[in-house]
Design a protein around this ligand. Structure first.
Ligand SMILES: O=C(O)CCC(=O)C(=O)O
Ligand SMILES: [Fe+2]
Length: 291
């Protein structure tokens, strides 16, 4: 018992010393800002401070960020700083603004993407997060390399809609360097806990998130609402205060929002558990250049 108390004390001392050492490294002029950022992120990850801010969908540059066509540059690009300098020092509040558009595709296009999803059901793979967090996300994904024509169609529709969408989000125009896309299926019990899409070194150039919803009619699932949280950005963290807006995953609708905004996919209930009866999305991110 006494020995345990001593070792707890020692452990405390050691912990304090470690924290002091890390603190001095984080403020030392001899440590590069790159190293400081690495240390800071490691600490945040280890102590579990807002771990979900570090979680965002895995990026697979060869597949997920499929870009068969050159992108159209937009006017007046916003400066695109690197990862260190995008870490928000002053607090910035994102109210969960979004743009929701119904009947985004024609009926034929909507049926076409449903047909693509059904015909390639055996090529979907389990989803992951960049931190490989367990029990954070359950869904399956079809990469855009497996539907190149539809990728191009969707990409063009999104880029054409952008000049109307950005002002509604109070967002400045930006140079779109890449349109990432994937087809995601949520079936019975699937979900994606609270996260943002741009909280890691691999994902920080993601600027706008879009999610196009489609499913069979009549709808065979319930749940699966998207919750968009009010988010405060500060010191590299995205903190949500719990207030949110709910977006229903309506067939043939699309939602756009700031990729830094925290969001969550509520659990889906699909009693038949048939693949075809699930909640489907074409979802992805518009990136700005990283220089
Ligand atoms: O399916 C949705 O409504 C959102 C998906 C999402 O948050 C993501 O893939 O990052
Ligand atoms: Fe997301």
């Amino acid at each position: 018992m006494a020995q345990n108390l001593v070792s707890v004390d020692r452990l405390r001392q050691l912990t304090n010393l470690s924290i002091e050492t890390l603190e001095s490294l984080l403020t030392s002029p001899d440590v590069s800002s790159q190293q400081k950022a690495e240390i800071a992120f490691k600490i945040l990850e280890l102590v579990g401070v807002s771990p979900e801010t570090l979680i965002s969908p895995a990026v697979s540059p060869k597949t997920n960020g499929f870009s068969p066509q050159p992108t159209t540059p937009q006017a007046d690009p916003i400066p695109a700083p690197d990862y260190q300098s995008v870490i928000q020092k002053e607090s910035l509040f994102l109210p969960g603004d979004h743009v929701f558009i119904e009947n985004f595709l024609s009926l034929e296009e909507n049926q076409e993407i449903l047909k693509i999803a059904f015909s390639k059901s055996d090529q979907f793979v389990g989803s992951t997060t960049t931190t490989q967090a367990v029990n954070y996300r359950q869904s399956s994904i079809l990469y855009a390399t497996l539907f190149p024509e539809f990728y191009n169609l969707m990409r063009n529709k999104i880029l054409n809609a952008l000049p109307d969408i950005l002002p509604q989000l109070n967002h400045q125009p930006f140079d779109v360097s890449q349109v990432e896309m994937q087809l995601t299926a949520h079936n019975d019990g699937c979900f994606y806990k609270i996260h943002n899409d741009s909280g890691s070194e691999k994902t920080y150039t993601r600027t706008l998130t879009y999610v196009y919803y489609f499913h069979q009619e009549p709808k065979q699932f319930s749940g699966g609402e998207l919750r968009l949280y009010e988010t405060e950005l500060k010191n590299g963290s995205a903190i949500s205060q719990g207030q949110y807006k709910t977006i229903e995953p309506r067939n043939n609708s699309i939602v756009f929002f700031d990729s830094r905004c925290k969001h969550e996919v509520m659990p889906v209930r699909c009693p038949s558990q048939r693949f075809e009866d699930g909640r489907f999305t074409l979802n992805g991110w518009l990136r700005r250049p990283d220089h």
